[in-house]
Design a protein around this ligand. Sequence first.
Ligand code: HEM
Length: 245
Amino acid sequence: MDREHFYSIMNGEGTLDYELYLNTKKLLTCQKDFHEFCNADELQFQIVHQAEELWMKLIGYTLLDIDDYMQQENTNRVITLFRRVHIALRLMTDQLALLETMSPKEYQEIRLVLGNGSGQESPGFRTLLRMHPLLWQTFKSCYLERHGLTVEKIYHTEYSHSDAYIVAEALAEFDELFQKFRYHHLQLIHRSIGLGAKSLKGRSVELLNEGLRTSFFPELWEIRNKMTDTWGQKYGVVRDSIGER
Ligand code: HEM
């Protein structure tokens, strides 16, 4: 059996029920034809990006469901669905490692066929970047204001490990995992084209650091600073050694 034989059967006929339901005919031809790849790494490059888009579609769709359930204060549903979002984000980050198996030179060959495409044009990523105001507004009105609560109360002065606290932590984890994806993606750039490079749009790769400094739900991070300051007042800025007491 030669390579061409396997190429000819790899995409299937698309006629069996499994193939019809999953639309495998379309799915498996969303990549370039085997003979069109510029090198042996390009299939992986396309598949990783396409799979990432699918995960982002699932995450965006799930976040809309989460928003509905937050409005109903159905915390069990909210938490189960956040778990789905968190797992998908971890998968997104883990998958980046596949591209570490591509050498810098092979990536340069692929880069020649990318036009001026940029990850910033990703429909999934752009959607996720726009969803946090909606989620925060719903959380605030349904879990906090409706009950006379504030972030400060649920984390500190009235802390009781309440539903509002649990949902807030799920939001924080979503925020953190999104940033972890960005951080690992930057490491991947470091490894493949270098952080001193320019993007295909001519922008400095360093600009991606700005995204790394932003967060979706700053109030959930700020409360930790405030608590440390408040509790720290007991000992001042620098604490005495336990041995000196
Ligand atoms: C070797 C692999 C990769 C390289 C060298 C690379 C390189 C880059 C560069 C240079 C940028 C900045 C673009 C600009 O300023 O216009 C960028 C942004 C981006 N890339 Fe990649 N990328 C790679 C893989 C991926 C993968 C697998 C994904 C999957 C989703 C991805 C998603 C993104 C996203 C979402 C952005 C925008 C990030 C932000 O604004 O924080 N990239 N990438």
